[in-house]
Design a protein around this ligand. Sequence first.
Ligand code: FAD
Ligand code: NAD
Length: 465
Amino acid sequence: MKEITCKLLVIGAGPGGYVCAIRAGQLGIDTVIVEMAKPGGTCLNIGCIPSKAIIHAADDFTKTVAMAAGKNAMGIKADNPVIDLAKTMSWKDGITGRLTLGVAGLLKKAGVKIVVGRAKFRDGKTVAVETETGEQVIRAENIVIATGSAPVELPMLPFGGKVISSTGALSLAEVPERLAVVGAGYIGLELGLAFAKLGAKVTIVEALDRILPLYDTQLTQPVAKRLAALGVEVLLGTKVKGLSSNGEALLAETGSGEEKRIAADKILVTVGRKPVTEGWGREELELDMDGRFLKVDEQCRTSMRGIYAVGDVTGEPMLAHRAMAQGEMVAEIVSGKRRSWDKRAIPAVCFTDPEIVSVGLSPDEAKAQGREIKVGQFPFAANGRAMTLSAEEGFVRVVARADNHLVLGIQAVGAGISELSAAFGLAVEMGARLEDVAGTIHAHPTQSEAFAEAALKALGHALHM
Ligand code: FAD
Ligand code: NAD
């Protein structure tokens, strides 16, 4: 096969890689992208998008079940709702299919050449790709490693049979009667809650003494309440031991030494993800590492000239929007623009019920940095729109410097508030002060009014509480 030469080669077409390649193409850079699976990576195929589709279907189903049980305060009645999970999955697959085709189309439109196959470095400028029709050698001036991440496997619970990763959970044809979830982090809680709503008896086993250790307990408390209301058993401070000898149950041990036997039809292991640093010829290169991740500087340059890395392979937070922002930046750097990582904050959203959003510093983080702060918190129970949505649980909290009122962080928990992450992110990124947020007219009636009220509260004069 004839060798390809190009200015930019991107390995991996997840959010980090495909965004980098599209932007590079737009900038007129001669770009090739190699992907061994489908365009879109983890995010579009087996991550963000399919999980949010299942979460949405589970929400609709659980609301309908409540209507059928006569538990709907609005007076809506339903009869005998059923879920056809196979159909739900094919609806979800339709969405991911449209999006991955869309990414392929965007790459083509930007003039990017797509090579399908597994890429492996031969040296710092040359990559060989195993394609269906043979080996394709690509020489490039610049190479971006965007190989992403994969689920962590527990040695005592290897994936296979009834032990599944998020990928398996997102393609189940039936709702398992009993689902054990190991890990109460992002995926364990997002999918654990969804399957509980779909009718599974869910038990969650978490090694630490709290759920979602990334967020403070004030933020996670409404989620804990919802888990209890849905009948999800959460075993905190509990270690998993493995499968019982007949394979029927998950064995675990609580902090006080009590043995637990959790009968389960499926066991979903969600104890984190690891960067994909093997399988692409890292051994042929001299790349510095930062723990288990590839080490990069503020321009996503690795320790080798002309080799960049973006996305999950470069570290935490392993989020799609961080990968995309890095990818876009690297394309511009390769084109000669002066760019470096100058973001004030990366929003984090957990699509639990209710949803959690965090941007910038929490009160504890700000205090740990020795800052004098003002904090304003406004409950959705006092927000008219939240009442009309039956979504009164939760609040918006604003953290600002005490001296000049610069907003340092914003956190919220509440139904459907993931969309507020844009307003929160903009406020922190633009260096807003409490007066800017309070002085912006927030449309009525919306949940976003709670944001302005939280800023007013920090200033000492909330209007609606
Ligand atoms: P990836 O998306 O992992 O893409 C890497 C690509 O590289 C893959 O397509 C892979 O096939 C390819 N590749 C690897 N090695 C090679 C090779 N040698 N040759 C060719 N191709 C190769 N993040 C959010 O921000 N919001 C969410 O709501 C969210 N939900 C998630 C839900 C789940 C269930 C999971 C698992 C993850 C979720 N994430 C979410 C995380 C998000 O998916 C990742 O942060 C994001 O996909 C990282 O992008 P990336 O480009 O670094 O890597
Ligand atoms: P996670 O890091 O969010 O949570 C893992 C949890 O497992 C932690 O609470 C940890 O204490 C626990 N744990 C670890 N080892 C354990 C053990 N042996 N027994 C019991 N519990 C154990 O990991 P995840 O849920 O697998 O998600 C991986 C990553 O994917 C996330 O960190 C995030 O970067 C990304 N993600 C993001 C979103 C989102 O943005 N909404 C959604 C899903 C995934």
